[in-house]
Design a protein around this ligand. Structure first.
Ligand SMILES: NC(=O)c1ccc[n+]([C@@H]2O[C@H](COP(=O)([O-])OP(=O)(O)OC[C@H]3O[C@@H](n4cnc5c(N)ncnc54)[C@H](OP(=O)(O)O)[C@@H]3O)[C@@H](O)[C@H]2O)c1
Length: 310
């Protein structure tokens, strides 16, 4: 692996973070139905209490509500929290200035002077990678962010971003992508290996596959709304994997399926950022830390998951 730069080392030192998409989102997560501001505040506090210090949000989550809530919560704690947020390249956003303006908006909602990681949420056909990276380099130089990363970038796009930033003498800190026992694309296409080689932290989103790997959903009881529709084909196939996860969890003193799912991601060398709607979920997810699947268990999980999603 490449030698890590001192700026990005903190991302490699962390084993797990907390995702904050759920905080205010009604489109996928039914914010306001069964949970709200008080519950996500408790999720935040429970995570901090368990030693989780890295929170991933985005300007688009809840149309800014996730960042605003995080900003409120930060004011009420004296614990150090590392913040990652993201720029969404909407089609009407052109040029480097759009990125700088968006980050200023995020900082204002968060109530902070700088963030720890600023990410491009998705690649865009309308903004070249060089333009985006030049803008990100400017954000680092002006002190508005400590490090910069990308999200949903293919290996080719990631390498272009890496090279482009290198011309500014700035490391690409991370690539945040979908990675779970039910989606191993980045393992198969070499992106994970390339990240390790170059010292880019691979941040795994949807590590519990939006709740599916907890084992609480089934064909007869699918997740609500769009999630249920997206998983119509997958739900009938996941029984054997969930059974194996439960068996393995039992061998580790009763670890839950969600904890096994997260531990598997950690064992693969990626940084999971599970979303939590309340303290119970946050606390349970933190129980993925402090123990390790054996190599043999990881192989059995790999084999069973390969039969499902390939
Ligand atoms: N960069 C991107 O494009 C992108 C895309 C997606 C996500 N993300 C980031 O990654 C984070 C995590 O991904 P995600 O939210 O999509 O999926 P996830 O972490 O796999 O799943 C989170 C959901 O699973 C359920 N859950 C969480 N902990 C649980 C537990 N212990 N037991 C049972 N159910 C539990 C909750 O939903 P229910 O209770 O409703 O089931 C929760 O909202 C997001 O918050 C966001 O920060 C980024």
């Amino acid at each position: 692996m490449a030698e890590l730069s001192s700026e990005t080392r903190f991302l490699h030192a962390m084993e797990m973070g907390l995702g904050a998409w759920q905080w205010g989102d009604r489109v996928v997560w039914q914010y306001g139905h069964g949970y709200g501001d008080a519950e996500v505040h408790q999720a935040f506090l429970a995570s901090l209490n368990e030693g989780i210090r890295f929170i991933d949000t985005a300007e688009i989550y809840g149309n800014g509500r996730s960042e605003r809530l995080l900003g409120q919560f930060l004011k009420e704690t004296d614990q150090p929290v590392l913040i990652a947020t993201k720029f969404l390249p909407f089609p009407w956003r052109f040029g480097k200035g759009a990125i700088v303006r968006a980050l200023k908006g995020s900082l204002s909602r968060l109530g902070v002077e700088s963030v720890d990681l600023y990410q491009i949420h998705w690649p865009s056909p309308l903004l070249s990678i060089d333009t985006m990276m030049e803008a990100l380099a400017g954000c680092v130089r002006s002190g508005m962010t400590r490090t910069v990363g990308v999200s949903n970038f293919s290996q080719t796009q990631m390498l272009a971003a890496y090279s482009s930033l290198a011309r500014h003498n700035i490391p690409l800190a991370s690539n945040q992508v979908h990675y779970s026992l039910l989606n191993r694309t980045i393992e198969k296409n070499g992106t994970l290996a390339r990240c390790k080689e170059l010292g880019i932290r691979l941040i795994s989103y949807s590590p519990i596959e939006k709740g599916l790997l907890s084992g609480k959903y089934s064909v007869d009881s699918p997740p609500p709304g769009a999630r249920g529709r997206n998983y119509t084909n997958l739900l009938p196939k996941i029984g054997p994997l969930l059974k194996l996860m439960t068996e393995i969890g039992q061998d580790h003193g009763g670890k839950s399926n969600a904890q096994v799912a997260l531990n598997w991601v950690i064992c693969k060398g990626a940084l999971p950022i599970p979303g939590a709607k309340n303290a119970e979920q946050a606390q349970e997810n933190a129980g993925a830390l402090g123990w390790r699947l054996t190599d043999e268990e990881a192989v059995r999980l790999d084999e069973t998951s390969s039969k499902i999603w390939e």
